[in-house]
Structures are given as C-alpha cells and as structure tokens.
Design a protein around this ligand. Structure first.
Ligand SMILES: [Zn+2]
Ligand SMILES: [Zn+2]
Length: 269
C-alpha cells in the first residue's frame, strides 16, 4: 500500500538480501552497483523487483548481477519468473554468455560472495526458504527471511563467532495466530518464544509487518518489554560499528546529510 515497500535489504553498496523493493527504493546508479543478491525464498514480495532491476541495469554493468539461493528457489525463478511469459529471461539477455542476471544455486552452509562470508540456514516456511548470516571484517548480521517457529536457525546463530544485529520477520497480530501458524510466519507472541532460543544479546530489527495491521503489531511488540527490539520503517539504515548497532530512522535519501541516530541496546531484557 502507499508508503510501504516489499522486503529488501542492502549491505554496504554491493550486496542485497531479497529483492522485493530493491528497484523501488534505489536510484538506478545504485541498483547498478549491486553485484550479488541473496534470495531467502521465491515468494513474490521477496523477488518482484528482480524484474525491474534487470531492466534498470541493462547496459550499465560489465558483469551480471549474481542471484544466489537454494536449488529449488533458483529453479522456481527460472521456471516461473524469468520464463519469457511472466517476464523476459534476463539470464540470457543481452546474450547467454554475458547476461544481466546470473542465477546461482547454493546449499545450506558457508560460502563467499565478494568480501562477505555468508551462512545459509534453512528456516520453516510454506516453501523452500533460507535465512542468512552475513559476516564481514568486524561485524555479523543475520536475516531470518520468512519463517514460523523454527529450530536450526537458532542453533546456527548461537554457534556464530559474533552476532551484532538480527533482522527478523513478524507478519501478523496475535489475534491472527492461527493464520500466522498456517502460513508459517511470526506474531509478537511467537517472536517472544523464538527470541528465547537465541543465547546471545544483540540488537533485533523487525520487518515484514502486514500493512493492514502495522499499528496493532507494533503495539504488541512494544508490550513484550524487550529493550533491544526496533520495528524498521522504509529506508531505515542500520550501522554496525564495534558491536554497536545504530538505527538511523529517517527515510533513505541518496544525497542527504547524515540523519539523526539512536543506538539500539544489545541486551534482551
Ligand atoms: Zn514468504
Ligand atoms: Zn514475505
């Protein structure tokens, strides 16, 4: 709805996690600087702007943008999205050998993209879905993708050397717990029990709130009384420096001055 965008995160200027709003949010020259996109799963709110970034960057890059995900998700993108029916096959445009988009299958576990070490972790959703932990020198941040209550994600995050910020979904109000359970998403209530599975303190940023229930969900998250939780808004910027996560809450403007910031405490209670 107006004022909302589908899911996408950018890390520095070259890596993205999901592509739901990546073309709606970024100017074309910044879209063209993205070298890699990690896709959590193939639901439309996480992939739709792959269509538009493909057009935006055509003729603006020497190398393809690499789109990484699990084999089933990559196969779905190929069959159902870049299939010359729903959208032109930008994995072969302008040529097979030098396309705009290159799809790459990755298995759960660790792999490198550019300067980053990525850990892909299966989560619990209605389709193949991954969470990602992304590490660079001196910082690790993790993204749950869409998930209901899950187990392996927390085991893997608890095993990481460090975790500075966690980005986790909450989709529905507590009154729709049954819908959340069926569709394998979280409410504030199940967020609370999931976060109890994380054996470490870090700043937690919440996204994926269904637009029709924004105010109710935010209220229920506030009632949890956990000081390390923040609900993200469009264009928010999170800086991780020396283990401290700072949230800049002003909508993203590419040429603007530095916005005001709040430090998000890592302690969970
Ligand atoms: Zn989903
Ligand atoms: Zn989603």
């Amino acid at each position: 709805m107006p004022g909302c965008r589908a899911t996408a995160f950018r890390i520095d200027d070259c890596l993205a996690v999901d592509a739901g709003g990546i073309a709606s949010a970024l100017p074309i020259d910044e879209q063209a600087r993205l070298d890699h996109i990690l896709i959590t799963h193939a639901h439309l709110d996480h992939i739709k702007d792959l269509a538009f970034i493909s057009e935006s960057v055509l003729g603006r890059r020497e190398e393809p943008i690499c789109v990484h995900s699990a084999p089933g998700i990559i196969a779905a993108l190929k069959s159902h999205f870049f299939n010359n029916v729903i959208w032109p096959d930008f994995t072969a445009i302008p040529t097979h050998s030098a396309p705009v988009i290159r799809l790459k299958s990755i298995n759960p576990g660790d792999f490198r993209v550019g300067a980053y070490l990525v850990r892909a972790i299966p989560v619990t959703h209605t389709t193949d879905a991954l969470g990602f932990a992304v590490s660079a020198t001196g910082a690790t941040v993790a993204f749950t993708g869409d998930t209901g209550p899950t187990a392996l994600l927390w085991e893997e995050l608890n095993r990481l050397e460090r975790l500075d910020a966690l980005f986790i979904e909450v989709s529905f109000p507590n009154s729709l717990q049954r819908i959340a359970d069926i569709s394998q998403h979280l409410t504030a209530k199940t967020l609370d029990t999931e976060l109890d599975k994380l054996n470490r303190d870090c700043a937690v940023f919440i996204y994926h709130l269904k637009p029709a229930f924004l105010a109710v969900i935010e209220g229920e998250i506030g009632e949890l009384g956990r000081p390390n939780l923040r609900v993200l808004k469009n264009g928010d910027v999170v800086c991780v420096d020396d283990g401290v996560a700072t949230l800049r809450t002003r909508p993203y403007e590419p040429t603007s001055a530095v916005p005001s910031s709040t430090v998000v405490p890592p302690q969970s209670a």
